[in-house]
Design a protein around this ligand. Structure first.
Ligand code: ATP
Length: 204
């Protein structure tokens, strides 16, 4: 089964995540895309990451109406830091007949060589890298072995980030149309992000 794996912090999930996943599904004829909210992010984030249960719930809400989308607790249930290579290994043990496509944004691809066991990641999965505003995919220099496994997916750019959504909530600005209504309501109901200091925007 051709399976897309879309990892992320999803704090919160937003329309760019969903659009990238849907685009990859169609173009690569994936039979399902599994969203995998991380348990403990490997790279220290510059803010207090919301609980895994909140991020899981928002991911579930946002993906519920797409019959091809699934959400996995694999990283949430696993002890310790969530490394992608461990997730892919575990997935392969559970579902040996799945052909895996790891879906990510161009910014993530740029850092891939600094992830745990990048070559092994390239061995376990094809990599689909979606264009992202502010990031030039053609300027990337990846190890030869990995290049052969990477598909660059040029697509209409959506300049949406979870950082901006969190900052908007803090400023009391609207986040409608950046993420599904169900996620907007969840954030308001649980008062996520409200009382934290503003963050610097991401620089690529
Ligand atoms: P933050 O602003 O907190 O860093 P984020 O918006 O980048 O979060 P993540 O959960 O860290 O969201 O991202 C999950 C995956 O989605 C990553 O591979 C990232 O590159 C990709 N992604 C996120 N936003 C976009 C976007 N606007 N366009 C393309 N890819 C994106």
């Amino acid at each position: 089964m051709r399976t897309g794996i879309m990892g992320g912090t999803f704090d919160p999930i937003h329309y760019a995540h969903l659009f990238v996943a849907e685009e990859a599904r169609q173009r690569f004829e994936l039979e399902q895309v599994v969203f995998v909210p991380c348990g403990v992010p490997p790279h220290k984030k510059g803010y207090m990451v919301s609980s895994a249960e909140h991020r899981f719930a928002m991911t579930l809400l946002a993906t519920a109406n797409n019959p091809f989308f699934r959400v996995s607790r694999i990283e949430i249930e696993r002890e310790g830091v969530s490394y992608t290579v461990d997730t892919l290994e575990q997935w392969r043990r559970l579902y040996p007949h799945h052909e895996l496509f790891l879906i990510m944004g161009a910014d993530s691809l740029a850092y891939l060589s600094s992830w745990k066991e990048p070559e092994r990641i390239g061995h376990l999965a094809h990599i689909i890298a979606a264009s992202r505003p502010g990031f030039d995919l053609s300027s990337l220099h990846l190890p030869e072995a990995m290049c052969r496994r990477v598909y660059v997916m040029e697509m209409p750019l959506l300049d949406i980030s979870a950082t901006d959504i969190r900052n908007r909530v803090r400023r009391g600005a609207s986040i409608r149309y950046l993420t599904p209504d169900s996620v907007v309501h969840y954030i308001l109901k649980h008062q996520l992000y409200r009382n934290e200091p503003l963050e610097e925007p991401n620089e690529f």
